[in-house]
Write a protein that binds this ligand. Structure first.
Ligand code: NAD
Length: 496
């Protein structure tokens, strides 16, 4: 295998990372001195040793973030335009380091280098560029009062930063998730402590370095690498004003409990089991490619993965065979091989989890196309399609977070949408049809935060993203994200 990046370059990029915690603008060891190893899921080899932050480090980081949020601190006094320029510079620096970031994402997460280069990294840069514009556009309203003489009082609102944030992110899009979290915080004028996932801490370290180069004052962005214990300490910390979490629904519920101590604001972006409805009148080439992309992109490790595929009976065999054909054409391999189109799963734990769901589907009577382990090193599982499924099967109900789709037919005279909506989740959904009225009617009835029509996995910094039901609270991206990071203050002045 010829690697897309030379071994010496890999050693240079990984070796340039501090492996420490970023607290108050300095790279420091954890209080305990402990570290943990980050593994390459394609080879199971150790990539780097990283500081293992825990409660004491979180406390230090929160204190730094609080000091940076003080009324007289540089960050609070800085003109909003300058704040925006720092963010824009950070976006530029991410693009300047596109190759390093793509390399780190591929090594740490397993995803193809080529995909990280055209998706994860440019989208992360775009988040900072887009959000930088908002730094100068945070406005309140002047509101005519309803029950008093209009000359008696002047009522207006100010939008003010919520304060010190705690942000906990997962491993599936390490850099992009960090950008989704940090960029709006900076635009809003808050300060933050970021806790990357223990499986994929490396790109956050480079991002922290570049944030300082861009001119972010010390303490505005702090990064505490470590396990769930660090996340739990952040969610429970009495001096954190707001916690934002992306990850499993199970941990999301823990966050809500931990946040109750000081009633910190909470937003959650959690799991999904997204339904994909293909009607017989769809452009089938588009529907097949879209349905395969919906579930196989990023090894299926996507919260919006289209993991329940409902196809109108008359085209069911054709669509399932088409998706199976796409699955067979996927080139599984080391993410640094330029020919690879799907990498390994992120960890041994995730490998066991996905394998467990495949076994459970089989035990419950589903037929599995694909789904075999590939090779004996690295966490590779071939993409899989489950047919002959029933709605009560565990593999159909629960989030698998791997390249596994459960397919089922529906008849032309039935209404599939109650079944499509029959899930505790409501993150993403999709519909394929040539009939525009049917598409819009379906999009309106699907209970999900994002509905794709004749496409899937299209995201944009300007478009809000988040979940209905147990898929979360609040929205990320777009201007909707500022509801998470701004307080509204009402000022009433007596004009007499
Ligand atoms: P997770 O929810 O356990 O971890 C996500 C983040 O939360 C990590 O940074 C982790 O260290 C931290 N964390 C863990 N326990 C915590 C706690 N008690 N308090 C605060 N923070 C805590 O997710 P996982 O174990 O990495 O993956 C498990 C499943 O979660 C996946 O199989 C998938 O179903 C789901 N998941 C969803 C997303 C998403 O984008 N919605 C992303 C990754 C994983």
């Amino acid at each position: 295998m010829t690697l897309a990046v030379e071994e010496s370059r890999i050693a240079e990029v990984v070796g340039s990372l501090s492996g420490k915690l970023l607290i108050n603008g300095e790279w420091v060891d954890s209080a305990s001195g402990q570290t943990f190893e980050s593994l390459n899921p394609a080879t199971e080899e150790v990539l780097a040793s990283v500081a293992r932050g825990a409660a004491e480090d979180v406390d230090r980081a929160v204190r730094a973030a609080r000091a940076a949020f003080a009324d007289d601190a540089v960050w609070r006094r800085m003109p909003h335009g300058q704040r925006g320029r720092i963010m824009h510079t950070l976006g530029d620096l991410i693009l300047d380091h596109l190759e390093e970031f793509a390399l780190l994402e591929s090594l740490d997460n397993g995803k193809p280098f080529t995909v990280a280069k055209i998706a994860d990294v440019p989208l992360a840069a775009d988040l900072f560029h887009y959000m930088s514009g908002w730094a100068t556009k945070i406005e309140g309203n002047t509101i005519p009062m309803s029950a008093s003489d209009q000359d008696a009082y002047l009522g207006f609102t100010l939008r003010e930063p919520v304060g010190v944030c705690g942000q906990i992110i997962p491993w599936n899009f390490p850099l992009l998730m960090a950008a989704w979290k940090i960029a709006p915080v900076l635009a809003a004028g808050c300060t933050t402590v970021l806790k990357p996932a223990e499986q994929t801490p490396l790109s956050a370290l480079l991002l922290g370095e570049l944030a300082m180069q861009a001119g972010l004052p010390p303490g505005v962005l702090n990064i505490v690498t470590g396990y769930g214990e660090a996340g739990a300490a952040l969610a429970a910390h009495p001096d954190v004003d707001k916690v934002a979490f992306t990850g499993s629904t199970e941990v999301g519920k823990e966050i809500v409990k931990a946040a109750a101590g000081n009633l910190k604001k909470v937003t959650l972006e959690l799991g999904g089991k997204s339904p994909n409805v293909v009607y017989a009148d769809a452009d089938l080439d588009k529907a097949i490619a879209g349905s395969a992309n919906a579930i196989f992109f990023n090894q299926g490790e996507c919260c919006v993965a289209g993991s329940r595929l409902y196809v109108e009976e008359s085209v069911y065999d054709q669509v399932v065979e088409g998706v199976a054909e796409q699955a067979r054409s996927i080139k599984l391999g080391n993410g640094l091989d330029p020919a690879t189109t799907m990498g390994p799963l992120v960890s041994a734990e995730q490998f066991e989890r996905v394998s467990g769901y495949l076994s459970s589907g089989k035990d419950d009577g589903a037929h599995i196309i694909g789904g075999d382990r590939v090779g004996d090193r690295g966490y590779f599982i071939a993409p899989a399609i489950l047919t002959g499924t029933r709605e009560d099967m565990k593999a159909v109900r629960e989030e698998i977070f791997g390249p596994v789709v459960a397919a089922a037919p529906f008849s032309a005279d039935s209404d599939i949408l109650p079944t499509a909506n029959n899930s505790p989740y409501g993150l993403g959904a999709g519909v394929f049809t040539r009939d525009i009225s049917k598409a819009i009617r379906t999009a309106k009835r699907l209970r999900a935060g994002t509905v794709w029509v004749n496409t899937w996995n299209v995201f944009d910094a300007a478009l809000p993203f988040g979940g209905y039901k147990e898929s979360g609270w609040g929205r990320e991206m777009g201007h909707a994200v500022f509801n998470n990071y701004l307080e509204t203050k009402t000022v009433i002045t007596d004009l007499s």
